[in-house]
Ligand binder design. Structure first.
Ligand code: ARG
Length: 585
């Protein structure tokens, strides 16, 4: 809880006791942000609910609370409004003192949590030999941001890439590799598959057309499972090749992640099935081993099985996730496991967790969370595809964003008659292009679908990365113009909040810690985006209204501090979204 809210909360609780007696201690003062800033900053609705219990009119209750409420150090005199709301408006001097405190703190007043958790964020997780698609891009961007926020708050975060690097498709892929690129198996580094999607498609085509090929593929799966050296080498080559392609994307996006793919859990799968057997959960159904799920039925109303071992002895995606959740709790000691995938996998996780729970693998206090997200759509509202109907290669998508950012920048430079070096142009285009893609994704409530539009995400207007980056650049511009070193701004100069826009900006700056706690709780990075967007807007209004460099002292320094705090909050907030700032753009 934010310090201000904590104070107000306590004072209201004390007033309730003072007004109505001891038996009311522990009553929730029902403190919420004011519904309308005109009425103040916070309001307490406690009088409305207490009135019934006390048998008094709500307004009278509110007035009695206010009479006993001692908040003179924090607020203007409290007022009672409407049916009995208690309105609280923070005092400028109080806000100034709060700002002064965060100004001298590198972490902007955000203390690490008192009880750090061991958290696993399972994100990105593409599949070997297949191109990463836009869904993996969403998982990568959202998962990274969640991990960054939790890390900043002091949690111990393990970022895991649950790569799809195992399973029956490898029989097909390896058989095709032997046929189409046999030299890759003998000469080191000879594997230049080029486009992995094409390779996958060709293999699939052979598999669909040719019975002998299918049979060879089946045998190859068995070889892989039993650890045949030659097959494992082929498998490794395929994984290596994909890894190079994935890493390119991670480098472009500045993503840190540890690979621990499905194959890692392969040796643990027989033990998983054994444990389920021992727990009495396993049922044989037409040769397959399964667990019948509670609360799930098929369309005929019969109980739905979760297959954990197929009739041919093979394991599947669910078995692997069962092994993974057990390992993450027992070996990694995770207390919170966050899975970032498209919403389509919600049932998969719910089912796996149900089985894991019934097997007794999930201790009390361990939290399993699915962080689902919607689909990326083209401007036509359909699933995002290239013009020819293929999945968009992420590399191409990111390159296109950078190219467009560059074209926009060059036009703007020309309009403004500015000369910049090639290096500057390349750097700005890179940062703006990548940030725009990330921000467009993160600023949406992740549970909904969103329409991918280069034009919108690159616009300097609206809730976009360029708009936020520009607010930051503005502050740096002030420092250059005035020859100001923000770090040297005296902490001894009192902050003065007189103008409406100064007050509004100050209050918003002080909400940063609330927003981060909210993101850590509900794992919705769009809340942070919205906060930073509003911060930029409020800063711009302040900047338009209040002269800074031209102002007289001590106002000048006070305003410089506000500008600096805005820039630092923007920089910190953007970095938690995985976005770097620019000094000029
Ligand atoms: N590889 C999967 C996919 O591409 C995502 C894996 C998500 N993580 C997990 N533990 N199942 O859909």
């Amino acid at each position: 809880m934010n310090a201000t809210i904590a104070h107000l909360h306590d004072r209201l609780a004390q007033a309730l006791v003072a007004a109505f007696g001891r038996e009311w201690s522990g009553t929730d003062p029902m403190l919420v942000p004011a519904s309308n800033p005109k009425f103040g900053d916070y309001q307490s609705n406690v009088a409305l609910s207490l009135a019934k219990h006390l048998g008094q009119p709500p307004r009278a209750v509110a007035e009695a609370v206010v009479q006993h409420l001692d908040v003179a150090d924090l607020c203007e005199p409290p007022t009672v409004a409407g049916p009995g709301f208690i309105n609280l408006t923070l005092k400028p001097e109080y806000l100034a003192a709060q700002l002064q405190q965060i100004q001298t703190d590198e972490r902007l007043g955000i203390a690490p949590v008192k009880q750090p958790q061991r958290v696993i964020v399972d994100f990105s997780s593409p599949n070997i030999a297949k191109e990463m698609h836009v869904g993996h891009l969403r998982s990568t961007i959202i998962g990274d941001s969640i991990a960054r926020v939790l890390e900043f708050l002091g949690h111990d975060v393990l970022r895991l890439n649950h790569v799809g690097d195992w399973g029956t498709q490898f029989g097909m892929l390896i058989t095709y590799l032997r046929e189409a690129y046999p030299e890759a198996l003998v000469t080191a580094n000879a594997l230049a598959l080029g486009d992995l999607t094409t390779f996958y498609k060709q293999a699939k085509q052979r598999f669909d057309e040719d019975e002998a090929f299918r049979e060879a593929s089946r045998l190859e799966v068995v070889e892989l499972q039993s650890g045949n050296e030659d097959t494992l080498r082929a498998w490794n080559l395929l994984c290596e090749q994909s890894r190079i392609a994935f890493q390119e994307i991670y480098d472009l996006l500045d993503i840190r992640i540890t690979e621990r793919g499905e194959s890692f859990y392969n040796p643990l799968l027989p033990g998983v099935v054994e444990d389920l057997e021992k727990a009495g959960l396993l049922v044989e159904d037409q040769g397959a081993k399964c667990v019948f799920l509670e609360g799930y039925t098929n369309k005929d109303g019969e109980p739905l099985p979760l297959i954990v071992q197929k009739s041919d002895g093979g394991y599947n995606y669910a078995t692997t996730d069962l092994a993974a959740v057990r390992y993450r709790i027992q070996q990694d000691h995770a207390e919170r496991i966050i899975y970032v995938t498209d919403a389509g996998q919600a049932n998969h996780f719910a089912q796996v967790w149900q089985v894991a729970r019934r097997a007794g693998w999930i201790p009390d206090g361990v939290e399993l969370v699915h962080v689902p997200f919607g689909v990326v759509q083209g401007e036509d509202g359909k699933k995002f595809k290239t013009r020819s109907g293929d999945t968009v290669r992420l590399r191409d998508l990111l390159d296109e964003a950078v190219a467009r950012a560059r074209a926009d920048l060059e036009t703007r430079l020309q309009d403004e008659g500015r000369q910049e070096t090639d290096e500057f142009i390349a750097h700005v285009a890179q940062v703006v292009g990548i940030s725009a893609v990330k921000y467009a994704d993160l600023s949406q409530n992740r549970t909904s679908n969103y329409i991918f539009s280069y034009d919108k995400m690159l616009s300097l207007q609206g809730n976009t990365a360029p708009y936020l980056l520009y607010a930051y650049v503005r502050v740096q511009g002030i420092s250059r113009k005035g020859g100001i070193d923000f770090q040297q701004l005296g902490a001894e100069v009192p902050i003065q909040l007189q103008e409406e826009t100064e007050l509004t900006l100050a209050k918003h700056l002080l909400l940063f810690d609330e927003v981060l706690s909210a993101v850590a709780a509900d794992l919705l990075p769009n809340r942070l985006c919205q906060y930073l967007f509003e911060l930029s807007q409020k800063f711009n209004q302040f900047y338009d209204r209040c002269p800074i460099l031209q102002a007289e002292e001590p106002q000048r320094t006070s305003r410089l501090v506000l500008a600096d705090l805005t820039a630092r909050t923007l920089k910190q907030g953007l970095s938690l979204l995985g976005i770097a700032v620019l000094e000029r753009m």
